[in-house]
Design a protein around this ligand. Structure first.
Ligand code: C2E
Ligand code: MG
Ligand code: MG
Ligand code: MG
Length: 278
């Protein structure tokens, strides 16, 4: 038993493990400081009505202006924020900032905000959203919350209750990254999402693979049948756009329409020149 414990001890505290633990600890400390030093920023990316070219919404995407490492993307720091629980205060900051920014945009353009699983089931979520709406003066129907299916897996009842509470506030809820991970049509029956975002993986192959085309058309039809809006993620080319149009997908988001950028650089005119009405 002693020998086994020793082996376990070695495994637990091996050099790579210590390196990765201390790396994570320092990242956590830096991220905590970033929150209080105003190093987080939001970039915004337009979501466009594929038929008219009108911008219908703008998605907030968090970045970390790291003092030495430059601009960090979510995959470089959100996993640590999620492991350490920092995602709750971080996500609260995102909600407040997004509501504040959106309240200054023209045309009553809505803003979409991503939520992690831990945020969704956090007891403070609803009061965070309520006070962000109040402080900014943004009307609740201009706030769209995006959740992935994985957020519904851990504590499904609590997650569904939270989604209902969000909708009761007057905000809407979209299902993000649909078609990857733990996809199940059950989730579409369990909650009346406003929008289904079709994962970029299917859009990438759209013009090369008949299978992806069939899947995207089917998802667009499914969304229509459920009275939900379909959104294609990661639209990069005109030929993808043409296929999406033919497939009846309602909205699109991606570099073709505009990369994520700071709010000042975002051309907040509802008509996007990038959309050719082919
Ligand atoms: P998401 O919600 O699915 O956001 C779309 C991601 O696709 C963004 O990556 C965006 O920059 C990227 N993207 C958009 N158009 C294109 C395109 O045409 N081509 C390619 N290759 N990529 C495109 P980003 O900003 O790195 O964010 C990654 C993920 O991090 C988001 O995926 C979302 O799940 C999460 N995230 C971002 N901001 C927040 C936040 O404030 N809170 C939480 N909880 N999660 C966030
Ligand atoms: Mg999203
Ligand atoms: Mg997505
Ligand atoms: Mg994604």
């Amino acid at each position: 038993a002693a020998k086994q414990a020793g082996r376990c001890g070695y495994r637990l505290f091996g050099p790579e493990m210590i390196a990765s633990i201390s790396k994570r600890d320092s990242l956590e400390a830096a991220l905590r400081a970033a929150l209080s030093h105003d190093e987080l920023i939001l970039h915004y990316q337009p979501i466009v009505d594929i038929r008219s070219g009108v911008v219908v919404c703008v998605e907030a995407l968090v970045r970390w202006k790291h003092p030495t490492q430059g601009l960090l993307l979510p995959h470089q720091f959100l996993p640590v924020a999620e492991e350490t629980g920092l995602i709750v205060p971080l996500g609260g900051w995102v909600i407040r900032r997004a509501c504040r920014d959106a309240s200054r945009w023209p045309d009553g353009l809505p803003v979409a905000v991503n939520l992690s699983a831990a945020q969704l089931t956090s007891p403070e979520l609803i009061s965070t959203i309520t006070s962000a709406l109040e402080a900014s003066g943004l009307s609740a129907d201009r706030l769209e919350i995006e959740v992935t299916e994985s957020a519904l897996l851990a504590d499904r009842d609590a997650a569904l209750a939270a989604l209902h509470n969000i909708r009761d506030l007057g905000a809407s809820v979209s299902l993000d990254d649909f078609g990857t991970g733990y996809s199940s049509l059950t989730h579409l029956k369990a909650f009346k999402f406003s929008r289904i975002k079709i994962d970029r993986a299917f859009i990438e192959d759209l013009t090369r693979e008949a299978d992806s085309m069939a899947i995207v058309s089917a998802l667009a039809g499914l969304a229509r049948g459920l009275n939900m809006i379909s959104i294609a993620e990661g639209v990069e080319t005109d030929s993808q756009l043409a296929v999406l149009r033919a497939a009846g997908v309602a909205f699109g988001q991606g570099d073709l329409f505009g990369r994520p950028c700071p709010t000042a650089e975002l051309r907040l005119t509802r008509q996007m020149a990038a959309v050719r009405s082919a």
